[in-house]
Design a protein around this ligand. Sequence first.
Ligand SMILES: O=C(O)CCC(=O)C(=O)O
Length: 256
Amino acid sequence: MTAEEIAHYREFGWVKLSGFVDPAIVRTLLDIARQRMGEDGDSNAAYGLNQPYFNAEYGGGLAIPPIRALLEGVGRNAKALMARKAGSGVRYFTDFFAPKLPSSKKTRNAGNGPTAFHQDFITFAVDRTGGMTFWLALEDYGPEFGTMSFVSRSDRLGVVGGYHTYGDADLLDVYSELRDLEMSAPMSYAAGDVTVHSHLTVHGAGMNLTDRPRWAYLMLVQPADVCWNGAPSEAFDTTGMELHQRLDGDRFPRLD
Ligand SMILES: O=C(O)CCC(=O)C(=O)O
């Protein structure tokens, strides 16, 4: 990352990193995604959430050496973006494939609608901010594939609720101050480009208006001292965990 990219993330709560991932790694990830989810991105077993934004399949990249190396690179870059004064470091949180399926096709696993504007933080059940998502495009995608827009500086509003709680309402109306902020255009990605957004940054996307899946691989990290806050989490299995337990061990290794 360049100094400009780091400054952009700190100012706006998101940044685009062009050509962040090596083409051979991107190809490997796309092959894995298609093997697990089918060419249609919809042939995997249901993953439990069944929401319109995308279908999903756990990545398990830590167990695949070249992907682990990518995740470690993400961790080092995230540390620069996170910029905690005490230098807490960065931990792996989760990784998954997220194809947005064509809106024109009937799907098994939902995932073929728009991504309503939302903030990620509260769905993760962690006790502190600092987490972020590295969203990697596995092919070239423009807005017609349903790529994300970001509400710049929305991370400064604090926590604005979970996406389940709005019903049919739109977050941009519930917190209409979001409409006073600048919204980015829907992103255009070349394969290997990444956008990084803070888990406090509001983002959304249109439908995939093409006839093929929009393949993305998402890598999520947290500050190394993050703890479980005791709530149900959409990102990790809390079975057997104790309230306020630190996320550590082999499941959530340090990446920086
Ligand atoms: O891929 C999308 O359309 C949405 C992704 C998203 O909500 C996220 O990365 O937090």
